[in-house]
Design a protein around this ligand. Structure first.
Ligand code: RIB
Ligand code: NA
Length: 298
């Protein structure tokens, strides 16, 4: 029996323009027509897990505007049950995104309603029976912490994605079962200039911060899994990158889905690497995520 995945966090309308190359400061470049896509790290994670067949609940906040209605519709279409508040007098979160020819992106966030998600918006009922709780950092830290406390109390495995990077309270780390970071977030978390491939040193340093289970994703180079002293490299799935927006969220959602189904962390990470790679081959965040059927046929 597969357990339920609970995701607490952000929803954003992604306003995307593609350009041949990203502009430098002060420079103007011309891009394609604007496309509005469903995004936001937590909404993306929830959609990724649901498309793969997980039973998923997303808790968050949007404004009572067209972007908010669009996001609710898209997220539900992906199969996510939503406990999302529509707040008056505030805009839905927006991400202004540019993507270049190589699939690299820049993102500027306007948090909007995400910044108004408070601990009071967390319905007690959603924590009951949640096997995995996914958290990222696009909503206020006090809300992330409150969710982690309640998830932990109700027996969910707390998966914390330190993205976008911010320093987090020690209590949140104590409540975290699996820390998920890319190599840049890992370096900042550890206070290093960069993570240079000495994974044994990373393991020791994480363990010194009380983290025994973690995944460091390396974009096109796969991932490294830390689990109770063991360090395992997960190879990349080689693909032609079209758009890497939201690939980390696809990875997180897929990992949560497999953890909720009872996989070991390293097996969940292998599957997640495949899902993240497929997401990179298509434009958009949620719009690029694979379904369970596509994966089984692939
Ligand atoms: O991780 C990708 C996401 O970051 C985008 O969907 C955008 O909304 C930003 O939150
Ligand atoms: Na994509």
């Amino acid at each position: 029996m597969t357990g339920r995945v609970l995701v607490v966090g952000s929803l954003n309308a992604d306003l995307v323009v593609r350009t041949a190359r990203l502009p430098a400061a002060g420079e103007t470049v011309t891009g394609t027509d604007l496309v509005t896509e469903a995004g936001g790290k937590s909404s993306n994670q929830a959609a990724a897990a649901a498309l793969l067949g997980a039973s998923v609940v997303l808790v968050g906040a949007v404004g009572s505007d067209a972007h908010g209605r669009f996001l609710l519709e898209r997220t539900r279409w992906a199969g996510v049950a939503t406990a999302v508040e529509s707040l008056d007098g505030v805009a839905t979160g927006v991400a202004v995104i540019t993507v270049d020819r190589a699939g690299e992106n820049t993102i500027v966030l306007s948090p909007g309603a995400n910044a108004q998600l408070t601990p009071a918006h967390l319905p007690a009922v959603v924590f009951e029976g949640a096997a995995v709780l996914c958290l990222a950092l696009e909503v206020p830290m006090e809300t992330v912490l409150a969710a982690a406390r309640r998830g932990h109390e109700s027996g969910a495995a707390v998966v914390l994605n330190l993205s976008p990077y911010a320093a987090v309270p020690d209590e949140l780390l104590r409540l975290t079962d699996v820390l998920l970071v890319n190599e840049h977030e890992a370096a900042r978390f550890l206070g290093w200039g960069r993570v240079d491939g000495d994974w044994e040193a990373v393991r020791r340093s994480l363990s010194g911060r009380g983290i025994d289970r973690a995944v460091v994703t390396l974009g096109g180079d796969g991932a490294v899994v830390f689990d109770a002293g063991a360090v395992t490299t997960v190879p990349a799935v080689p693909v032609e990158v079209v758009d890497s927006t939201g690939c980390g969220d696809a990875f997180t959602g897929a990992l949560a889905h497999r953890l909720a189904a009872g996989d070991r962390l390293v097996d969940a990470a292998r599957f997640a690497a495949l899902v993240g790679a497929i997401a990179a081959t298509r434009a958009g965040a949620q719009a690029s995520y694979p379904t369970a059927v596509e994966i089984s046929e692939g």
